[in-house]
Design a binder for this molecule. Structure first.
Ligand code: COA
Length: 310
């Protein structure tokens, strides 16, 4: 078995790798378009080859010109009896070459645990990822608001203002990270301080295609900062982005006011869909999406390497 990165000469055989299980995968159309725009690269597609045949293929996604960010697809030919061992070996080789273990993002239908075809497809991939060091599991809920749902009204309890100074948002992000139920934030705070984490979060949101001028601070009637709302967008369209309620103001349902403000911001510009992800464990956030008429349409499983603790 020869394990190696792909080259352009492999294209035809890469396109012949077909996943017929109910999980997300790098299908031919996706492969071609992402190779063309740089989100996929041949040196980030790894294959296990025997006698000229591709028996396993792993495909990583990343922003053009940047490091690989996520494993997007794991395929093993149906003739292989020990899929887990081969897939884990393939991942290990690529991880060594990358000097990193990017997380594996798997998209599955709602209620996937009750669907044997899905649990089977997820199961061997999950175990292969685990053996290659992707030991952390996270379930993210994917919601979407569409204009056939009512546009949430403003309760009037909070006043929303634009704020051009990024430092004010750094401070708000840092304050909201205390006691967060968000997995990414909690993991990050194990290895860095709240301000460093806040600056990184802010940089990520500034890099997204959403407009900085949409960002809002939310104040109570007495002028106290209660939270903030960052409507944003990604390559696929408008997204909720981020919102936070400062710890002293939690438990009053302000999350509804912030989410309503974000939804109104997008609806006012004629958005035909507003997407959002949250961790299954962030129940106050998940409930807020449901109250605001967002529909749970899919689940994203994220398998990642444990952070190195300081
Ligand atoms: C998620 C969040 C916005 C919820 O805000 P909120 O306005 O307090 O939400 P609610 O008022 O609806 O809270 C509902 C219940 O959850 C509790 N709760 C809210 N946030 C909580 C937290 N971080 N930890 C524990 N319990 C929390 C509330 O106290 C309340 O409990 P109760 O029903 O016993 O009174 C807030 O926790 C937050 O800012 N978290 C950090 C940032 C974050 O996770 N943003 C979302 C990223 S997708």
């Amino acid at each position: 078995m020869h394990v190696r990165p792909a080259t352009e000469a492999d294209l035809g055989r890469l396109l012949d790798c077909v996943v017929d299980e109910p999980v997300s995968w790098a299908h031919p159309e996706r492969l071609r378009s992402f190779l063309a725009d740089g989100h996929y690269r041949y040196d980030r597609i790894w294959v296990a080859e025997q006698d000229g045949e591709i028996l396993a293929r792993a495909v990583w996604w990343g922003f053009p010109g940047a490091a690989p960010l996520a494993l997007d697809c794991l395929y093993v030919h149906p003739s292989v009896t020990d899929r887990i061992t081969l897939a884990a070996d393939l991942l290990r080789h690529a991880h060594d070459a990358f000097g990193d273990r990017p997380a594996y993002h798997l998209f599955v239908p709602v209620g996937w645990r009750d669907n044997q075809a899905v649990t089977g497809a997820v199961g061997w991939r999950w175990e292969a990822g685990r053996r290659a060091g992707l030991t952390e599991e996270l379930e993210r809920l994917r919601y979407a608001w569409t204009p056939d749902r009512p546009v949430p009204e403003a309760s009037g309890r909070l006043t929303f203002t634009a704020e051009p100074d990024d430092e004010v948002f750094v401070a708000a992000f840092a304050a909201a990270s205390a006691g967060s139920l968000d997995h990414h934030t909690r993991q990050a705070l194990l290895v860095k301080d709240a301000e460093t984490q806040a600056r990184e979060d802010l940089a990520d949101y500034l890099a997204m295609p959403g407009d900085r001028s949409w960002w809002r601070l939310a104040r109570t009637a007495s002028g106290e900062l209660a939270g903030f709302a960052l409507p944003s967008a990604n390559q696929s369209g408008p997204v909720v982005g981020y919102l936070g309620v400062l710890p002293g103001h939690r438990g009053r349902g302000y999350v509804d006011d912030l989410l309503a403000e974000i939804t109104r911001c997008h609806a006012a510009r004629g958005a035909d869909r507003v997407a959002a992800d949250t961790d299954a464990g962030n129940t106050p956030m998940a409930r807020a999406f449901e109250r605001a008429g967002y529909e749970l349409f899919a689940v994203r499983l994220v398998l990642s390497a444990a952070p190195l603790q300081a």
